[in-house]
Design a binder for this molecule. Structure first.
Ligand SMILES: [Mg+2]
Ligand SMILES: [Zn+2]
Length: 254
């Protein structure tokens, strides 16, 4: 699985809520770290402890066998707190997000990932503090040195559209269905070069992600090379998704 880099958005992707708004508007921090109900994707390694449905041990190995990274417009303090709480921090090799920490007076301080007071990142599509597309470009440049790796990108928000546009034909895009990035993709799916596979909740995220990882592994074994090597693959998947190898491919509204 060394050939797969899975890049996750955080809010409404790894967790099922927006961590910023939720913490600030709804909950005190203590309750925030104690609560487990809003987590969905992260149940993958903790289901054994609390009885929720989760991956089998074999499936967990399939996912953590990939390189896992986070690209998020939340902040480092919330993300690390949640991941550590769930015992998952060590699975992620890189977290790209806005720096955040609690100061001596107990206040959360958040700083922009990109310091726009010094210079603009130059992307008009993205907010001034972060262009996820530029982060994906950097990841692509770094993994290019390591050989023929594929990216699987998962996200839900408007900010996930810019990196989606930068994925290549070799990559996979997992937009959350009926969320803003999905709406943007549906307006013109042909702008996306990666193969698209939608998902709606944590359970489906896990299933679709494992299907893609399994398919890539098969490809690497050459056993399914014929099935996936066609350049028409994306088009087939979009138009007749239900009959294809990936049952959850994006269907385009007519
Ligand atoms: Mg998000
Ligand atoms: Zn951008």
């Amino acid at each position: 699985m060394a050939g797969i880099v899975v890049v996750f958005d955080f809010d409404k992707t790894i967790i099922d809520v927006d961590s910023d708004n939720w913490v600030i508007d709804e909950l005190g921090f203590y309750r925030f770290v104690q609560s487990t109900s809003p987590y969905h994707a992260l149940e993958l390694s903790h289901g054994q402890d609390d009885g929720r449905a989760s991956f089998s041990g074999k499936n967990i190995d399939d996912i953590v066998g990939c390189e896992l990274r986070i690209v998020s417009d939340a902040n480092m303090f919330f993300i690390e707190t949640i991941l550590k709480h769930l015992g998952l921090r060590d699975y992620f090799s890189e977290i790209n997000t806005n720096p955040g920490f609690v100061d001596e007076e107990g206040r959360l301080r958040i700083f922009p990932y990109h310091d726009f007071t010094q210079s603009s990142h130059g992307c008009s599509r993205c907010p001034p503090n972060m262009c996820k597309g530029l982060i994906i470009e950097r990841i692509q440049a770094s993994i290019a040195k390591e050989g023929n790796k594929k990216i699987i990108y998962l996200g839900d928000g408007v900010g996930d559209y810019c990196p989606s546009l930068r994925l290549t034909e070799a990559d996979y895009l997992m937009p959350r269905k009926n969320f803003p990035v999905w709406d943007l993709i549906c307006r013109n799916p042909m702008l996306i070069k990666a193969e698209i596979h939608e998902w709606t909740d944590g359970e489906e995220l896990e299933r679709v992600l494992l299907q893609i990882i399994g398919a890539i592994s098969s490809m690497e074994d050459k056993s399914a090379a014929q099935l996936f090597s066609s350049t028409d693959c994306k088009l087939q998947t979009i138009s007749i998704g239900a009959h294809d190898a990936f049952p959850k491919a994006l269907s385009v509204p007519q």
